[in-house]
Design a protein around this ligand. Sequence first.
Ligand SMILES: C[S@@+](CC[C@H](N)C(=O)[O-])C[C@H]1O[C@@H](n2cnc3c(N)ncnc32)[C@H](O)[C@@H]1O
Ligand SMILES: *[C@@H]1O[C@H](CO)[C@@H](O)[C@H](O)[C@H]1NC(C)=O
Length: 275
Amino acid sequence: MVCSCCANIMPHAAVSLFVTAALTHFAASSTNSKTLRYISYIPTTLLSLLASLLSALSYSPSLRAKFFVSLCAVLSKPGPIDDIRCPLVNGASGNVLEVGPGAGANFRCLVNATDILSYTTVEPNADFTNVLLSEARDQNLNFEITPTWLKGEEMDIAEASIDTVVGTHVLCSVDNPQQVLANIDKALKVGGTYLSMEHVSASSSDRPLLSLSQNLLSPFFQIIANGCTFRDAEAEISAALGDRYEIVVDRYDAPMPLAAFKPHVSIKAKKLKAA
Ligand SMILES: C[S@@+](CC[C@H](N)C(=O)[O-])C[C@H]1O[C@@H](n2cnc3c(N)ncnc32)[C@H](O)[C@@H]1O
Ligand SMILES: *[C@@H]1O[C@H](CO)[C@@H](O)[C@H](O)[C@H]1NC(C)=O
């Protein structure tokens, strides 16, 4: 199941949309203007359609998984964020593990990579199979992809076997970031590096409006964005790895289409010693 909590949260979002649609309809139908009444059908229809889509998604995990694959395939097309994504991901070498590759947005950053020995992906949503493998083929990579279809919480990679872990826009989606990070830590060799780029929660004191907008959008993202929760990825990573890793953090606003997704962090965490 891609998102276990949506079924609880989603009905609130759908119900509020249905209620808004009904109120708009009644407000318009009480006017004497025929034109106004006809115009009001546009927002009421749109709101009802959106509410219906959200309801369907909230009740069907398999529909939600498929919907997210389509959304992700569109959103992970090449764009301005590649100027941040690629220089980070380009640092991958040796035996590589990617957590949550989705549609394979990072593959285009690795077209010139010649020092990657193996590339294992861990992705729970098997509906990504075709789009992930065809992206790898299209990019004509110099290495093989070994896909596995598991949650990061459940991956069982041989201890100290990995030189680079790549994870982009993924900690927001996982159910248990500490468990995923513990598995990443276990998989990494001493001297290996975890390369991470995440969108993060805005500080409610420094950026109250952005923080509010994230909180308001959250119930919708639970449904349409694969259970995405706004988190403090930097705090999660330093809580899990902090004392045994050399961590370099870069905070910035990324060129994302939606303001709520702009606050970003890129982290390079190099493992200095074993647990
Ligand atoms: C927003 S997409 C990002 C995809 C890609 N990494 C990128 O940069 O475009 C989040 C990805 O994390 C995956 N995901 C969700 N829950 C996960 C989990 N528990 N462990 C690993 N990956 C997960 C989703 O299926 C999805 O492919
Ligand atoms: C790969 O190398 C070519 C030729 O040097 C260069 O134009 C291109 O930008 C490189 N791509 C990436 C993603 O590094």
